[in-house]
Design a protein. Structure first.
Length: 133
């Protein structure tokens, strides 16, 4: 059994590692019995740190994680993908080709969201706002 704040600090530290395989390490941690995605502190600590990991987020693997995390967390706790959206909410100001890549990612999430998390209205609104021209 972990102390909530201690484990949360560990998760935040793990998610902020400036290493290429940080997403693989995070996935391994998510598959341990200690990690519970429905636990708000754990999910915010790990997913939030990964979303703020600027060194790795904008890589192909990081963008893949971003899309998967938005879809995976939406039915569990809508506040976590809203936190993750902070990384891409200003997509209109991104330079090309990143802007087009992130817009396509958000459009895929927008299309899938009603089927996987029909109650995620706030997240859907954030994505719509980000995609406005």
């Amino acid at each position: 059994v972990h102390h909530v704040s201690g484990y949360s600090v560990y998760l935040a530290t793990l998610g902020s590692l400036p290493i290429p395989d940080v997403f693989d390490w995070a996935e391994q941690e998510e598959n341990t019995p200690e990690y519970r995605p429905e636990h708000p502190s754990y999910a915010r600590a790990l997913q939030g740190a990964l979303a703020r990991n600027n060194l790795q987020l904008w890589t192909p693997r990081g963008l893949q994680w971003l899309e998967e995390a938005l879809l995976r967390m939406a039915p569990v706790n809508e506040n976590v993908p809203i936190l993750i959206m902070g990384a891409v909410q200003n997509v209109r100001s991104f330079r090309s080709p990143l802007r087009e890549t992130v817009r396509a990612l958000l459009q895929r999430v927008q299309t899938a969201l009603p089927d996987i998390a029909p109650e995620a209205h706030a997240l859907a609104a954030r994505i719509r706002d980000a995609l406005k021209e």
